[in-house]
Design a protein around this ligand. Structure first.
Ligand SMILES: [Zn+2]
Length: 348
């Protein structure tokens, strides 16, 4: 592993740990459990151990003598925790925890990476296990699409919703247990900690600037999505579902997450030609550029590939400038409305 990778994993663990601390506070629980053998979230604990060693080796002294001091430093600026972390973010002067309990958007972007890369490697998340089940049992690839779509469209499913899903797609029965893993008992709600009807996360906690969010949940519900389901599955799917709807309305054939997620959308034109689209709804342009530099879109029969970013993200001038200076790939990075425009042009 290169030094950069080790360093990045450390930063990802730190962000994940900080997000979990904020989740605890938002659920009305104490930030750390005094009598527990593991008082702090595991990723934060691991990050702290590595950072302590790093500080001693580098400075000859411990900069922050406890995890609590490190959490405090995260409330000041990214630089205050460790200057080397500045390379991962757009705004190093800003804190990783805003207003005492809100993870910053950049912190959340990196925390998602924990579930997407680190946990997937360890096979902890239900998504890779779902893919495995589908392959092992020769279930149709559409099982994956229907599973994901259901969660993205039903943050608070009732027993009836789930029964109807299985009725319509009987193959889901085989992966029903995995579907249950996406949800938890409804977390505590109060006047200032309400859940969002659309994405299932806390209203005030980082559903900011996501199109179509946030409206508070008023109905009584049986289950709610896990925080990781909200961040890694539901919120990123909103742009994909939105694009699917628009493209279908144009009379085109569109497939979501084709061939077990090789792309986000495959659009097929009347002449049989197809485009592959990967949608990325990320705040952090530094991370987006780096990821896109390494990312391609696998071959699924497309003649053109695109990375698509929501209009409201690309519109931010600063994001655009950072992305422009750091992205070196060949696949065009365009906005949602630009994609629709190009499809219309192609249809003429
Ligand atoms: Zn929301």
């Amino acid at each position: 592993m290169t030094k950069q990778e080790t360093e990045e994993i450390l930063f990802i663990k730190l962000c994940k740990g900080l997000v979990e601390i904020c989740d605890r506070i938002n659920r009305g629980e104490p930030a750390y459990l005094v009598n527990d053998y593991q008082p702090f979230p595991q990723p934060l604990h691991e990050a702290f151990e590595k950072l302590s060693i790093k500080w001693i080796l580098r400075d000859g002294k411990i900069r922050h003598p406890s995890i609590l001091n490190m959490v405090q430093a995260a409330r000041e600026s990214i630089e205050a925790v460790d200057p080397e972390f500045c390379q991962w973010v757009d705004f190093p002067d800003e804190p990783l925890i805003e207003d005492m309990t809100k993870p910053s958007e950049e912190c959340e972007d990196y925390a998602i990476e924990y579930s997407l890369s680190l946990e997937i490697d360890n096979n902890q998340s239900y998504i890779p296990r779902l893919m495995e089940e589908i392959q092992k049992n020769d279930l149709p690839y559409s099982t994956y699409t229907e599973f994901r779509r259901f969660i993205a469209e039903n943050p608070f499913p009732s027993e009836l919703d789930k029964a109807l899903l299985i009725d319509e797609h009987p193959e889901i029965e085989r992966v029903k247990d995995l579907l249950e893993e996406a949800y938890q008992d409804v977390p505590l709600q109060s006047n200032d900690k309400q859940l969002c009807k659309k994405c299932g996360g806390y209203l005030d906690c980082a559903a900011r600037e996501i199109e179509g969010c946030c409206e508070s949940l008023e109905d009584k519900v049986d289950k709610a999505p896990l925080p990781d389901t909200v961040r890694c599955l539901i919120r990123p799917s909103l742009i994909e579902l939105r694009l699917e709807k628009k493209i279908k309305e144009m009379g085109l054939e569109v497939e979501l997450w084709p061939e077990l997620d090789k792309a986000d959308l495959k659009v097929t034109f009347p002449d049989g030609k197809s485009w592959a689209v990967d949608a990325k709804d990320w705040v952090n342009a530094t991370k987006l550029a780096r990821e896109l530099n390494e990312d391609g879109i696998p071959e699924i029969g497309q003649c053109q590939s695109f990375f698509v970013v929501p209009d409201y993200r690309l519109k931010k001038l600063q994001n655009q400038a950072i992305l422009k200076s750091k992205y070196q790939g060949n696949i065009p990075v365009i906005s949602e409305s630009e994609l629709i425009k190009r499809i219309k042009k192609e249809l003429k």
